[in-house]
Structure formats: structure tokens, C-alpha cells
Design a protein around this ligand. Structure first.
Ligand code: SF4
Ligand code: SF4
Length: 371
């Protein structure tokens, strides 16, 4: 039995939110909006998705209401916490023409406040660490991402209710969080098991009305997490697909995928690790000022592979191939691991239900060729 685990009774759960608010954090958490669970400002625990379960399948996402008191009995929604660090669209700098005709440039500093996000899933923490590698751990650090990242406190919630499209157990990124959070919760019927991962999380725990977790509570949480991993039926064919994918660039399955794929880019928009963006200039009509912005891009967009007058990936076959070979193959050389954390969003939110795990298995020679 572990001595470092605490128990917070369900009735006392609101103290977690109020403690964070009293410490000056802007609090964010999952809540229902337009038929999906999304992250937004959390003013009260009543906004959390109490009794909500999700049913996901390739091309399908549905929510159901039950009488359960549980707040986290669902897997995930269409967005991870990526938009809180890497915003979908932001202005980076402005230029202004002076009266004498000179152009003056000014950086636009992002307005950032200390933010605590409650309800972050283990797979999304893994994705955040991949985004850190891209935006923070290269020769050039992204100051916009860095500023937001430094102000972030994370309350993770282990996943006891994976859905049909989840496969985080096979990528090693869930259903239990092992790193990257301040506090992690595991929800039980009558409350929450809490574990602090760092000093900041420990200091926060000390302010909560917790008790030492009993052996029975710890066993209950352990069984729930083992069961959550066992429930997952999908998996990628191995951890490092770099060689297998790049050896099969002419596999006929790429065209079979392209025959179904709409090229909509949903898979890249919902993926918590995708970081592609484009930059552009928006000039005022009077020609005196302009804004330079960046916004999320996708390897499915027409401009993504446009170089010097040529679109080097003009068709859906090569666009999808770029998406998968980079995500599951090229990332190993670039960032030391696969770019997939097994959240399953690209499967659920693909309008035609293309399943990354099944397609990768076919291309790597492990799947059903008649699919
Ligand atoms: S590739 Fe799909 S399953 Fe993997 S992290 Fe991205 S959205 Fe999730
Ligand atoms: S794989 Fe699905 S989600 Fe991705 S671009 Fe094609 S149709 Fe859209």
C-alpha cells in the first residue's frame, strides 16, 4: 500500500476548484457544449460533465446522460488542451506606416495568465510533451508557446472509461498518467484518489481536506485502470513504424484510403500532437498597417506542400501518406518517438471513419487486406 496517495471525498471536490481560484489561477475544465465535451473556463464544478458517457466509433461521437455522480466517466472530446498552448490563430506582430512613410514593426505579446486545467487525460499530457519538444526544445524556442507553458498547472485525471477508438495502452501513453502533471486524480464512486507529482502539486494537496487513501481505495483504483487498459482493442502494429512505412510508399492501400478520404483535414485538426501552421499578412484597406498572423495548417490543405510554384503533394493519396508516414514514422528521427499518443480522435472525428490503426496495419503487412 502506498503512503503518498490521498483521498478527497466527492462532497469536498469543489474545494479543489476554489483553492486554485483563490491561488489566482484562471481555471479551465471539461464541459458540455454543442453535443461534445470541450475545455473552457470553469467557474463552478457544476459545469463539469456529471453522469455523461461517450460512445465513440470510427466516424462517430455520441454522448449519453446517466444518473452516475461521476464527473469523468468519458474518454475525451474533439480537442485536447493544445489550443491553450498553440492557439488556432494569433497575431505575431504588426506593422504601421509612419507619416513620413517608414514602416515600424511591433511584436504582439500574448496576454497570459496563470491557468490551471482540470481533467487533462494522460494521452493529452503525452501529446503536450511532444509539443514541448517541437516548440521549446529546438534551436529556436517559440516565445508564444513558452509563455503559456510556463503559466500552466495541470490536474490530470486517469482514464477509467476509455472508448472504442482509444489505444493509448498500446502507445504507452495511458490510461494512467506517470509524468507531466501537478496532481493526478483517479475517480472512484465516492470520491477521488489524489497523487502529487511535484512540489507545487504537494503544496496544493496540503490545502485540501484529504485523508490518507485506504488499501481498498487504492485497489479499487488499480483495478479500474487495469480494466481500462484491457478494454482497449485497437493498437498500432509496433512502436516504431518508420522502416515499415517508408518501405511501403507505393503500397496500393494508399490509393484505397484516398478513394475514401475527403481531404477535410479533421484528423489533423483534432490531433493533439499536430503542430503545422501557416503564416500570413493581413493588410488594412488603407495600406497603412498590417498584421502578421499564424494559424493552424494541415498536410491536407492545398498550400501545405506548395513550394516555388509547385504543389509537391497534389492528390489525396500523397497527402494522407505524408500525414501517416510523418506521424508514425518520421517523428522517431525528429523527436525520438512516434507522434501518436493513441487518443483515437482522428478515428472518431474522421467523417468517413478511416482508422489509422487498421490502415497502418495493412500497409505494414499485418492487417486485413480485404478491408
Ligand atoms: S494520430 Fe490520431 S490517435 Fe494518434 S494522437 Fe493524433 S489524433 Fe490521436
Ligand atoms: S482521413 Fe478522414 S479526417 Fe482525415 S482528411 Fe481524410 S476524411 Fe478527413
Amino acid at each position: 500500500m502506498r503512503e503518498d496517495l490521498s483521498f478527497l471525498a466527492r462532497d469536498n471536490f469543489p474545494t479543489l476548484l476554489t483553492t486554485l481560484q483563490e491561488a489566482g489561477y484562471h481555471t479551465v475544465g471539461p464541459q458540455l457544449r454543442d453535443g461534445a465535451i470541450v475545455f473552457d473556463t470553469l467557474n463552478s464544478v457544476d459545469q463539469l460533465p456529471k453522469g455523461i458517457h461517450d460512445q465513440q466509433a470510427p466516424g462517430s461521437y455520441r454522448l449519453e446522460k446517466s444518473d452516475s455522480p461521476r464527473l469523468f466517466a468519458w474518454a475525451n472530446g474533439p480537442q485536447a488542451i493544445k489550443p491553450y498552448l498553440f492557439t488556432p490563430r494569433e497575431v505575431l506582430w504588426r506593422s504601421q506606416r509612419s507619416k513620413t512613410g517608414e514602416l515600424n514593426f511591433s511584436t504582439v505579446e500574448p496576454e497570459v495568465k496563470p491557468t490551471a486545467i482540470i481533467g487533462v487525460r494522460p494521452c493529452d499530457i503525452a501529446a503536450l510533451y511532444l509539443q514541448d519538444k517541437h516548440f521549446l526544445q529546438q534551436e529556436k524556442v517559440d516565445p508564444y508557446y513558452k509563455k503559456r507553458r510556463e503559466q500552466l498547472l495541470l490536474i490530470a485525471v486517469n482514464c477509467t472509461h476509455p472508448t472504442n477508438t482509444c489505444f493509448c495502452a498500446s502507445t504507452g501513453d495511458g490510461p494512467q498518467a506517470h509524468y507531466g502533471f501537478d496532481i493526478v486524480l483517479t475517480e472512484l464512486d465516492d470520491g477521488f484518489l489524489l497523487e502529487a507529482h511535484n512540489q507545487r502539486g504537494g503544496a496544493l494537496l496540503e490545502k485540501l481536506p484529504v485523508q490518507p487513501a485506504t488499501e481498498a481505495q487504492q485497489q479499487h483504483a488499480e483495478h479500474a485502470l487495469t480494466h481500462a487498459a484491457e478494454q482497449q482493442t485497437r493498437q498500432l502494429p509496433g512502436q516504431n513504424l518508420n522502416d515499415a512505412l517508408f518501405k511501403n510508399l507505393q503500397h496500393p492501400q494508399w490509393q484505397k484510403i484516398a478513394d475514401r478520404c475527403l481531404g477535410c483535414g479533421n484528423c489533423t485538426a483534432v490531433c493533439p500532437t499536430c503542430f503545422c501552421h501557416s503564416e500570413g499578412e493581413l493588410a488594412a484597406l488603407d495600406g497603412q498597417s498590417s498584421e502578421h498572423h499564424r494559424e493552424w495548417d494541415s498536410c491536407f490543405s492545398p498550400g501545405h506542400s506548395y513550394i516555388h510554384g509547385i504543389t509537391i503533394r497534389p492528390d489525396t493519396r500523397t497527402k494522407y501518406r505524408q500525414w501517416m508516414t510523418h506521424k508514425l514514422g518520421g517523428w522517431h528521427a525528429q523527436y525520438g518517438r512516434s507522434g501518436c499518443v493513441g487518443c483515437g480522435r482522428c478515428i472518431s472525428w474522421c467523417p468517413v471513419g478511416i482508422d489509422l490503426t487498421a490502415e497502418a496495419a495493412i500497409i505494414c503487412g499485418e492487417g486485413d487486406k480485404d478491408e
